[in-house]
Design a protein around this ligand. Structure first.
Ligand code: ATP
Ligand code: MG
Ligand code: MG
Ligand code: MG
Length: 349
């Protein structure tokens, strides 16, 4: 029997465009003999529209003849007939960033009692908020760079004291980040006080919660994790940005950042990276998948930077490439995630 696969993409997030690339790639790769695919597009304004079933590759995922009868402004009604057919149904949220990767959509799917791919509410919310994530990682004993968290309100009230705390605790350069985002959107590197203030103003455009981290000179090491109760790691890869840091442009515009898979690392380091990725996975109670990002410092320390609960997912993104090198091809990776979604759902019933 075919599985009914609902692909949810777009989304009210600064990572909307990235999600569209993912959706296009997944639609092309999914085995149409095994899955009936229904596209669900969330516009940048947050409207949900459902398209017709798809049986071939598509050029523009925004223009899938979403008709008026199919269109709806209610996220809740869009899955209403999902359990009408007796075929298995799975929702795959191909969403990055707030309002999708952060537990909101996952919470809705829990309430609707539909199986869905990837992380649940807690892991998604904790993984999206870099402040909460880092606090949980600290508690799990993972090494991290020093950081200071603040909010828009605190910054407004106590700017001078916060700057002093940041300078004393972190120094320069430091990285200023919106707590809840991804794809490097809103992140800047600050080299002095003036830069720090400008970076704070930039990050505050995207979130009211901000994290400022000590800048490290380090290699960037990433590993994919797949599974529910028994997560497994992919091979380990390395990102080598050609510019100052791995910003949005380097990720999606320039395309000249090198991905080295597998990374040239000693067996010991590889083992340690994988062990730490699993500790991080468990610290957040992850399910399905994550990509865990580390820094390998010049003195050989493995420092966790973050996990991404819905990492970039085109066939040319790091996560699928890491699994490809581990022997799991892109369509099989999708299938594996769908089966993890179904088994997680069944276990909860
Ligand atoms: P994504 O979700 O797309 O992986 P993100 O928006 O969550 O990214 P980070 O991974 O935290 O952002 O940071 C983006 C990039 O900025 C890193 O890949 C790295 O190049 C650089 N960077 C971030 N924090 C630091 C730091 N503390 N020291 C040095 N470089 C950093
Ligand atoms: Mg991230
Ligand atoms: Mg991300
Ligand atoms: Mg990252």
């Amino acid at each position: 029997m075919k599985t009914s696969l609902y692909l949810v993409y777009g989304g009210k997030s600064a990572e909307h465009e990235v999600s569209l690339q993912t959706a296009k790639a997944v639609i092309s790769a999914v085995d149409k003999a095994k899955y009936d695919i229904t596209p669900i597009y969330i516009t940048s304004k947050g409207e949900w529209v459902r398209g017709p079933q798809i049986d071939g590759p598509v050029d523009d995922v925004k223009k899938l003849q979403f008709s008026n009868e199919q269109a709806t402004l209610s996220a809740l009604s869009i899955f209403q007939d999902t359990d009408q057919a007796d075929q298995p149904t799975v929702v795959f949220p191909l969403l990055h960033g707030p309002n999708g990767e952060d537990g909101t959509v996952q919470g809705m799917l829990e309430l609707l009692n539909v199986p869905y791919v990837g992380n649940g509410v807690l892991a998604s919310a904790a993984g999206m908020d870099k402040i909460v994530m880092k606090n949980l990682f600290a508690q799990a004993g993972l090494e991290q760079v020093n950081y200071v968290a603040t909010t828009k309100h605190e910054w407004k009230e106590n700017q001078t004291a916060i700057i002093e705390e940041m300078e004393n605790h972190l120094g320069y350069p430091c990285f200023v980040k919106p707590a809840n985002l991804g794809s490097s959107v809103g992140i800047s590197k600050a080299s002095n006080r003036e830069g720090l203030i400008a970076a704070m103003n930039e990050a505050l455009k995207f979130d009211r919660r901000i994290i400022v981290e000590q800048g490290v000179v380090a290699r960037e090491i990433e590993v994919g994790v797949l599974g529910n109760e028994k997560p497994a790691c992919s091979v380990v890869g390395e990102i080598v940005p050609t510019k100052d840091f791995y910003d949005y442009k380097a990720k999606y515009v320039d395309g000249d950042t090198a991905m080295i898979i597998p990374a040239q690392l000693s067996e010991e380091i590889v083992k340690e990276v994988k062990e730490k990725a699993i500790v991080a996975y468990k610290a957040l109670d992850c399910a399905g998948l994550v990509r865990a990002d580390f820094f390998l410092t010049e003195d050989g320390q493995i420092v966790i930077n973050e996990v991404n609960t819905m990492p970039g997912f085109t066939p040319f993104s790091m996560f699928p490439l890491l699994w490809k090198h581990a022997g799991v091809e892109y369509p099989d990776l999708i299938e594996k995630l769908v089966s993890l979604a179904l088994s997680r759902y069944e276990e909860k019933q």
